[in-house]
Design a binder for this molecule. Structure first.
Ligand code: CMC
Length: 379
């Protein structure tokens, strides 16, 4: 055992062979099944991208129509799930409500037998379809309003917006949200995906797999960073303070939220696309102060953090977009989950194809061969 090398955070340790997505962290390249994420954000829809991730190929017209139809058909929640969500504290975080809702849903669709591909596909469709409804229902209920029934005539992204605001989004907002979902749908072996794969490797049911992954996504070092970016920008307060705040933060070894990545040593390509989307959105409305401040922070960070390979990641600009759409801050990470469930499930199916239970090693650093002292003899 002495010859085992310990790599904190499993850095650079492959834990699976995967054909789902690829990152080149030096060239700012992210591909889903070989297709650049920028192209997908521009050309595709979330529904089509989800199919690509799950099946490995872009769907033909018929496959996409059936998949889209099935997603729309499965958006509704069992009334008992709504009742369960009603019982959750309104001050609780929507990610916790989502995790509880997903885990509880598994009891209605037991599917403990994961060797049946048809049943597995039904679970995939149900999970992708229902996550937005669970989040929107919790959000409405905590505001004292009744949940809004999903609408079958709207796309995945547009329907989510509708269930939050009881208002159809404009085509440009719908497209913007759709692009955000595409950009967040998959990202190789990140913490939540790994967590889901570990759970999958025990042959647990897919609802449990996804609820494990949701729990892992909540943390501020992972999906939770998008909320913290906004808190940080508000704390800085104004564009004029950007440079001095950043210098002081770096000096005091404070982590800049929305910056840094285990794999990217250049600006995250998703951050670049999100920033372009934000710029486009602000052409009509004018740039909000918070966006100007974020740009200023990025500029100030470039000469200090850039040489250390620390650049904006996906979370740096996403929250600014969601906030501009009037979306509550604590829904930013749930939106990440609505998208990432496609990637998690693609990894679940991939794990099942060639499964071996995860059982890594540890390096024991504790005491050994100690005598047992009876209670009355202990000091
Ligand atoms: N601000 C300042 N310094 C940083 C930052 C940052 N955001 N990120 C990394 N560093 C420094 C860190 O202090 C360390 O310095 P030193 O070598 O002097 O000790 C060095 O860079 C390596 O950092 P690390 O934390 O050991 O790197 P990691 O690969 O373990 O962690 C990370 C990656 C994303 C957790 C980290 O960059 C971070 O905490 N960033 C802020 C939180 C954040 O934005 N998370 C979202 C990640 S992207 C979306 C997602 O995965 O959900």
């Amino acid at each position: 055992m002495a010859d085992l090398e310990y790599r904190p955070g499993l850095a650079d340790v492959p834990v699976a062979e995967s054909g789902i997505s690829f990152i080149d962290g030096k060239r700012a390249r992210l591909e889903y099944r070989g297709i650049a994420v920028e192209t997908l954000a521009q050309e595709s829809t979330f529904e089509e991208t989800a199919w690509l991730l799950l099946k490995g190929e872009l769907p033909n017209q018929r496959d996409l129509a059936v998949f889209d139809h099935n997603l729309r058909h499965h958006r509704r929640l069992k009334f008992r799930i709504i009742d369960l969500i009603k019982c959750l504290p309104e001050s609780g975080h929507p990610m916790d409500a989502l995790q509880a809702g997903v885990a509880a849903s598994g009891m209605f669709y037991p599917g403990r037998e994961v060797s049946n591909p048809e049943k597995n596909w039904e679970s995939v469709v149900r999970l992708i379809a229902k996550l937005p409804t669970i989040i929107a229902a919790f959000h409405r209920l905590r505001q004292g309003n009744l949940p809004i029934e999903p609408r079958d005539d709207l796309s995945h992204a547009a329907n989510f917006y509708y269930m939050l605001f009881e208002e159809e989004p404009s085509p440009s907002i719908s497209r913007l949200l759709d692009a955000c979902l595409i950009l967040h749908a998959e990202h190789t072996m990140n913490a939540s995906t790994f967590s889901g794969r570990v759970t999958a490797s025990t042959l647990a049911n897919p609802y449990t797999v996804v609820s494990s992954a949701i729990g892992t996504l909540t943390g501020p070092l992972h999906g939770g960073a998008n909320e913290e970016v906004l808190d940080m920008l508000e704390e800085i307060g104004s564009v004029v303070k950007a440079k001095s705040w950043l210098e002081e933060a770096v000096e005091s070894k404070k982590k800049i939220m929305g910056f840094g990545h285990r794999v990217y040593k250049v600006k995250d390509p998703r951050a670049t696309v999100l920033q372009d989307l934000a710029e486009n959105m602000f052409v009509e409305t004018g740039k909000p102060e918070i966006y100007k401040l974020a740009v200023e922070i990025e500029k100030a960070a470039l000469p200090i953090l850039g040489p250390r390979g620390i650049y904006p990641n996906v979370d740096f600009y996403s929250g600014i977009i969601y906030q501009s759409l009037g979306i509550s801050r604590d829904l930013f990470t749930p939106i990440f989950a609505i998208a990432r469930v496609a990637g998690w499930l693609a990894h679940w199916l991939e794990q099942l194809k060639n499964n071996r239970i995860f059982r890594p090693e540890q390096i024991y650093i504790g005491k050994m061969d100690r005598p047992y002292l009876p209670l009355q003899n202990r000091p």
